[in-house]
Design a protein around this ligand. Structure first.
Ligand SMILES: C[S@@+](CC[C@H](N)C(=O)[O-])C[C@H]1O[C@@H](n2cnc3c(N)ncnc32)[C@H](O)[C@@H]1O
Length: 220
């Protein structure tokens, strides 16, 4: 009998979930897939990122006490787990997740971290509400290739506003198969206009599907 997720039955071949990362529980992958079926544009992926992609995405955290790191779209938390391990003492973490179900899961999975159920586009108001400083690092799991242009514009403006203050860095990933899509190219063109520094890492092939990590720094 396939596992039930929120009253629905999803039959995901275990090899697909296993291929996504050796330490991803099957239940988490199935729950993620269920969320994707309900809202494909917002979720933008069929499986959570693997540990390999999450490590490449997070990179090194050269942050000092009092600084902040913000994660956009943590989902079920694969990159959050890496951030949690690497987070230097005294560095603030804030995760902003639009999906209510994922938000609930994250607060249970990482009780010592702070999460908001809201949109990355509202970064400025969210930080002000919580009295948090502008982040020195933003790690994004947002599916820019499937988000509408208005979301690109609002989120990129919020990112530039924050990173101009701190001189910090933005990191995201894009799937190899979607890299050439018009929306993906539009996002990169906009970022390249707003940031002097850019590096593409990878692809990480131990992820379903394989993905590049993109780094941006020196916000203009
Ligand atoms: C491709 S999934 C990535 C999830 C996770 N980071 C991972 O790598 O497995 C995209 C996530 O972004 C969230 N999301 C989409 N639009 C968002 C927005 N405007 N603000 C915050 N989260 C958003 C979705 O709900 C989903 O959890």
């Amino acid at each position: 009998m396939p596992p039930r997720v929120d009253g629905h039955i999803f039959d995901v071949p275990p090899y697909i979930a296993a291929a996504a990362g050796s330490n991803q529980p099957l239940r988490e992958s199935i729950g993620f897939f269920g969320r994707f079926l309900r809202n494909p544009t917002q979720i933008g992926a069929v499986l959570p990122s693997s540990r390999y992609l999450s490590r490449a995405l997070v990179g090194r955290l050269d942050l000092a006490p009092g600084q902040a790191v913000v994660e956009f779209g943590p989902g079920t938390g694969p990159a959050t787990a890496v951030l949690h391990e690497l987070l230097p003492k005294g560095v603030h973490y804030l995760g902003i997740e639009l999906d209510e179900g994922f938000h609930g899961l994250l607060t249970r999975r990482f009780p010592t971290l702070q999460f908001v159920n809201g949109s990355a586009a509202d970064l400025r108001a969210i930080l002000a509400d919580r009295g948090l400083p502008a982040p020195s690092r933003i790690v994004s799991g947002l599916p820019f290739a499937s988000l509408p242009p208005k979301a690109h514009d609002d989120i990129v403006s919020a990112v530039v506003w924050a990173l101009r203050q701190t001189g910090g860095e933005f990191r995201t990933f894009q799937y190899v198969h979607a890299y050439g899509m018009r929306t993906a190219r539009r996002f990169r063109a906009m970022m390249q206009e707003r940031f002097a520094g850019f590096e593409r890492i990878g692809p990480t092939i131990r992820n379903v599907p394989p993905a590049f990590v993109l780094r941006y720094w020196d916000a203009k």
